[in-house]
Design a binder for this molecule. Sequence first.
Ligand SMILES: *[C@@H]1O[C@H](CO)[C@@H](O)[C@H](O)[C@H]1NC(C)=O
Ligand SMILES: *[C@@H]1O[C@H](CO)[C@@H](O)[C@H](O)[C@H]1NC(C)=O
Ligand SMILES: *[C@@H]1O[C@H](CO)[C@@H](O)[C@H](O)[C@H]1NC(C)=O
Ligand SMILES: *[C@@H]1O[C@H](CO)[C@@H](O)[C@H](O)[C@H]1NC(C)=O
Length: 883
Amino acid sequence: MTFQVFLIFSILVSTAIAGDGATAAYVPTDIFLFNCGETSNQMDISGRNWMAEQPNILPSNAAIASFVSHASFQGSGVPQVPYMTARIFRHDFTYSFPVSPGWKFLRLYFYPTRYSSDLEAAVNSYFSVTVNGFTLLKNFRADLTAKASHDASIFKEFIVPVSSGYTMLNLTFSPSLNMLAFVNGIEIVSMPDRFYSKGGFDDKIKQVGNSIDFEINNSTAFETVHRLNIGGQLIDGISDTGMFRPWLAEKFQLSEKSGIVPVVPGVKINYMENTPAYVAPEDVYTTYRTMGNAEHPRLNQNFNLTWLFPVDAGFNYLVRLHFCETLSDVNGPGQRVFTIFIGNKIAKLDMDVIQLSGGSRIPVYLDFSVLVGFESGPRPDLRLDLHPYTDSGPKYYDAILNGVEILKLSVSGGNLAGPNPNPTSGLTPNSVNQDIQKPKAKSHVLVITLGTVGFAIVLAMFIVVVIVMKRRKKKKKVNVDTKSKPTDSWTTLPLVAGSSHTRSTTSLPSDLCRRFSILEIKSATNNFEKKLIVGVGGFGPVYKGRIDGGATLVAVKRLDVSSNQGATEFEAELKMLSVLRHIHLVSLIGYCDDENEMVLVYEYMPHGTLRDHLYKRNKVFDPPLSWKRRLEICVGAARGLQYLHTGAKDMIIHRDIKTTNILLDENYVAKVSDFGLSKVGLTSSSQTHVSTVVKGSFGYLDPEYYRRQVLTEKSDVYSFGVVLFEVLCCRPVKLESAPREEADLIRWVKSNYKKGTVDQIVDADLTAEITPLSLEKFCEIAVRCVQDRGIERPSMNDVVWALEFALQLHEAAKDKNGVDSLDIPRRDEVGTTTDGENNLFSRTTGRMSKSVTSDDDSARLAGDERSGSSWGVFSEIKDPRAR
Ligand SMILES: *[C@@H]1O[C@H](CO)[C@@H](O)[C@H](O)[C@H]1NC(C)=O
Ligand SMILES: *[C@@H]1O[C@H](CO)[C@@H](O)[C@H](O)[C@H]1NC(C)=O
Ligand SMILES: *[C@@H]1O[C@H](CO)[C@@H](O)[C@H](O)[C@H]1NC(C)=O
Ligand SMILES: *[C@@H]1O[C@H](CO)[C@@H](O)[C@H](O)[C@H]1NC(C)=O
């Protein structure tokens, strides 16, 4: 969507900001407050007037697609207006609001509760909301967001551009599947021209970690994720500067040691041209937090003022920081100077509020942009640290912050939607807040601080490092440049990692590597004792071992020097794993290259491979995986792959996704392993594939890749689809002993999917538990993954979405029915012979296990022998698991 000049709008705005632009509040050109489902105008508790829905904003099919309902219960703290009535949608429903061009605040109000006429379904329904081509919410469940924020009712604020070509805001609610959607109130308010897109002081948006300024063009939408009055109280919408933005009381501040909130006598704020009065209310600028310690200022060098803001991964954020010095002691430049870190990177080295603003009691704000990647999971914390900057010899070793706004920016395609929060896991914003206020918060805070500050240490221990060794002293020798210059720190590596470091093995800083001596390795493995071998991989045996005086269990992979293929894959694996880190990728701890040995040391995966828990499981010790756990494992593995495809600067294609390369830790968290065949590709969008010699594993290989010899990330998607089928049906991909139509798992599932009989081929251990909606969603995405043509397959982003959705559907159905119950008939009732199946499984099992336990490379994969073709190259998993 393109945007044109807002000429008319600018004129409107300049007249709206009456007279002296610096001191006046903003008078919006558009204000709509609609109390959805209400037929008369009503006033809310703050005195704002909410209109009844007017016919001109409703679509012509309003009566068919929706109906009006009243909440049957008013929770404590839930205002009557606009929450007690709702419009509930059966089908897609579009409101059209006539507006002037320019960015608009769009606030949606939801009260997820029981509505009259038995509409519980409206409460835990999933739905999507789009507006003028932007996706604001996708598979959204209002009650999950409410639970996570410990509020009964919620509102969401978006900022949406309206181009001068369109003078309508078309707001569409789309219920998922056979569900309902609902909304209680809709608010639209205009704002000053380019208010959040032109930057703060100097009209610049500084990109954290990049010297080029960030540009926000006229086709970006925003979601407000945090807007806080630091050091102060809640400022409700009516007390804002005309835009009705609520400013919440401070949350998310970390260590109680760090900072005080001084009581400031009533001061008058002098708004000047750089920061006109509509930017933020006086209450924001009169309250603040500093580090304190006025008597022992040097103490402040030992800590930071720190806030952790929960955000969704995969988006750029605009971070707006508000500052104002109001104390008479701090009255000149150079007196209080501090460094601002955002996401552990320097955003501004020497922030001097007075110098920027021009004087005491004059406010100023700065805008930064920061990209939040997936390396710490889907809902990481964005960290803000302030630290005294002492190089210029300031009078006070201190820092100050008055207000903060964090806005999520839409990605290309206009998406703003993130996953639903998980109300039961992690620290919710409120719980952080409460813990800080509790007197005995100390130990708790300490844990958080250790957990986060120790992040780098944990990473350094668990993850990675590198490399490389002389394979045989005389032959091809890969240099480790042990003198290469150290990189800044571990924490700066991840996002850039895929690029330079993976391409060159020689630039890896040796101080980042944990390098084991051969003596350490021998003592860890009892001198490579045969009894400790837990698996045999493509390039040698894998031992279970203990390092650090027995404290840490590890898997030790030892290269069999006679294996040529192995050495190449071995190096590839080192190169990849040394620069990748993600909770869903297996972690390399270190390596050893003494005495002609090549050894890799990994974190130990007590639960072995995914396949071990499907059709190769020990029926006595390992109960079958529940459907929920299978979904969680699939989501985890999908996230690992998603990270490879989109999380690093260069796309990485794994090329060997299969159930034996998905490992499970002690909590059954899935970890993608084996990067021996991985390829770094696609540095720019113009290049869409890599040409390679076709490699992969029999049964999992993308047929299009095989035909065209052109590798894209969609080959991984195909292989992952096969994994999903195995998870669902609990059998190997190829089963030659089975009846012809069943021999090929992919064909079998596809044909059953077409006939609508997938429920009859689901793993017998699941049929009692699996819920129809989640099964449907799961099959839909799995079948799309194995489409013949790559372009018809979904991206891993879509796969993650769909699987998470399937999991939520399953959980929702379970919650509703108490115990999982379902009308899918058990398999033995529908006529498939369970016995016959079991026989097939055990026959195959015999053959497959031979290939795994054999020391002989040639027997690695049944598929190789049968096909006799050259493409059966693969690297079998080294099973790091005790049997
Ligand atoms: C705006 O920026 C986005 C992302 O930077 C880009 O994809 C889009 O083409 C731009 N649109 C215009 C109209 O410049
Ligand atoms: C966006 O619109 C404004 C007018 O409001 C115009 O001045 C500006 O050049 C536009 N920016 C882009 C990137 O198109
Ligand atoms: C909104 O809907 C109206 C009426 O259906 C249509 O004319 C207009 O183009 C739509 N605007 C946008 C931005 O989609
Ligand atoms: C302050 O924060 C920065 C960035 O997160 C970090 O590098 C630094 O070590 C911290 N300093 C202290 C004293 O905690």
